[in-house]
Design a protein around this ligand. Structure first.
Ligand code: ZN
Length: 453
């Protein structure tokens, strides 16, 4: 810019020498331009430069060495090799012993709760305000663990929508939330809120609460979520581990119901995330055109083939499998209707992941945190690498691939000019030791720093 201007000045002076009558006229525009530039430079807010010792941009398979990342007004403006000198007033953040990467994204969280022995009874004692205040603590932990974006997949119907607003307004710190609100289930299914309650509480829940029977209910339940302001739809295509029901894997939606959910959701610009353990329910969901399969415990070669053909994402939630399997060994931790499901389904998550990864299914990072404790999300990276995924791929699953699943890759998921400045750093080299992902020392979300070494 300055170089361009001085060239203009030089050429105008040369013209002046040949035409004395035009001197004043010829000098004026370039000088004015210089004046405007100086005033602008004095008034421009200082930018931020991150000096990254090691740099993973989320896009390339190879890390880079010393890199400078320029940030202005919440956006990345420039990425250059080496450590650039700051202009006067610029803020420099030195992360020279760290690996710097895009803000991490967890595609499966439940910020409303965290599983404990009291989980099955707390709803009789917790008000909405209690849930809301507690979830701010979980949101903060998630952000400080390096997760600047999450997909929240199932709550009581209001909590995550209010939390999304509170974080968006800057009232509380937390990740950017894309929420499904209340999960959709069929009567007695994995997300029916009245399962196993005593008779007078066991009401006939309907589409308003996300419980559907038949395609008309399915459409109404999706439209209800849209009305409430959710970003996407979650449905529970098979039984699940933690619900108070005997079967953890049976199909719970008909083809017609699944198609009605998917078609309506897509009409409203919402993707569909599907909880599935058993193969039959999973296959029906994939054939109905859902966008992601969560858990996928009993995935088969046939389903893997269908998912590859249709571009369906797989969100493995290995951490939830590990967590329920370990708690199933603790006597009395789970109610007896849950314990056998946790003991049999939990340990199988790793094998499903290995199969899907080897076959080349698109895998996006997701933990089901809220089952396991909030803030421990990065343990999933270790489990993915133990399951055969190279560390760089695992990091990409939590950055670029997750952004693609959410259809926000035009603004998030990689560190490139024009993208929103969600940037985190870990100490050491996660490509050599993936455990480093658990030690996030720097968190920037949309240009704002929430954690520094
Ligand atoms: Zn879940």
């Amino acid at each position: 810019m300055l170089a361009d201007l001085s060239l203009d000045l030089a050429s105008s002076v040369m013209l002046d020498a040949r035409n004395t009558f035009g001197t004043v006229v010829m000098m004026r525009p370039p000088l004015l331009a210089l004046f405007i530039l100086m005033v602008f430079a004095a008034a421009a807010p200082a930018g931020t430069i991150i000096h990254a010792g090691r740099f993973i941009d989320g896009r390339n398979d190879e890390p880079r060495g010393k890199t400078s990342i320029f940030i202005d007004e919440g956006r990345i403006t420039q990425v250059v090799d080496g450590f650039s000198d700051p202009k006067p007033g610029d803020r420099v953040i030195k992360l020279v012993d760290c690996t710097v990467m895009p803000g991490l994204m967890d595609m499966h969280t439940h910020l409303q709760s965290q599983h404990s022995k009291d989980s099955y009874t707390e709803r009789f004692f917790m008000d909405q305000a209690d849930y809301a205040l507690r979830s701010t603590v979980y949101a903060r932990k998630t952000l400080l663990a390096g997760f600047t974006t999450v997909r929240d997949l199932g709550d009581n119907g209001v909590n995550s929508i209010s939390l999304r607003k509170a974080i968006g307004e800057g009232w509380v710190p937390g990740p950017r939330i894309f929420t499904s609100g209340k999960s959709l289930a069929t009567t007695g299914g994995h997300a029916d809120p009245t399962n196993s309650l005593r008779g007078d509480y066991r009401r006939d829940a309907g589409p308003l609460e996300g419980v559907i029977n038949g395609p008309d209910d399915a459409r109404k339940a999706v439209r209800q979520r849209y009305k409430e302001g959710t970003d996407l739809i979650k449905l529970t295509a098979t039984g699940g581990v933690l619900s108070l029901a005997t079967n953890g894997q049976n199909p719970q939606f008909t083809d017609e119901e699944l198609r009605a959910v998917v078609e309506t959701a897509h009409d409203y610009g919402m993707i569909v995330a599907v909880h599935a353990h058993g193969a039959e329910g999973m296959k029906r969901a994939v054939l109905a055109g859902v966008d992601s399969i969560e858990h996928g415990t009993f995935i088969t070669d046939e389903i893997i083939g269908l998912m590859k053909e249709r571009g369906t994402y797989y969100v493995p939630t290995l951490l939830a499998g590990e967590w329920v399997a370990s708690k199933a060994k603790e006597p009395g931790y789970f109610p007896e209707v849950v314990r056998p499901k946790a003991a049999s389904i939990g340990p199988l998550a790793g094998e499903a992941f290995r199969k899907a990864h080897t076959a080349g299914v698109k895998i996006a990072f997701g933990t089901d945190t809220g089952v396991s404790p909030h803030g421990d999300n990065a343990r999933e990276f270790e489990l993915m690498v133990a399951g055969g995924m190279p560390p760089m791929r695992a990091i990409q699953a939590a950055t670029r691939t997750a952004a693609q699943l959410l259809k926000i890759e035009d603004r998030l998921g990689t560190i490139e000019p024009k993208k929103i400045a969600d940037i985190v750093a870990v100490e050491g080299d996660p490509l050599k030791d993936i455990k480093a992902m658990k030690n996030v020392v720097f968190v920037m979300k949309q240009g704002e720093v929430f954690k520094t070494p």
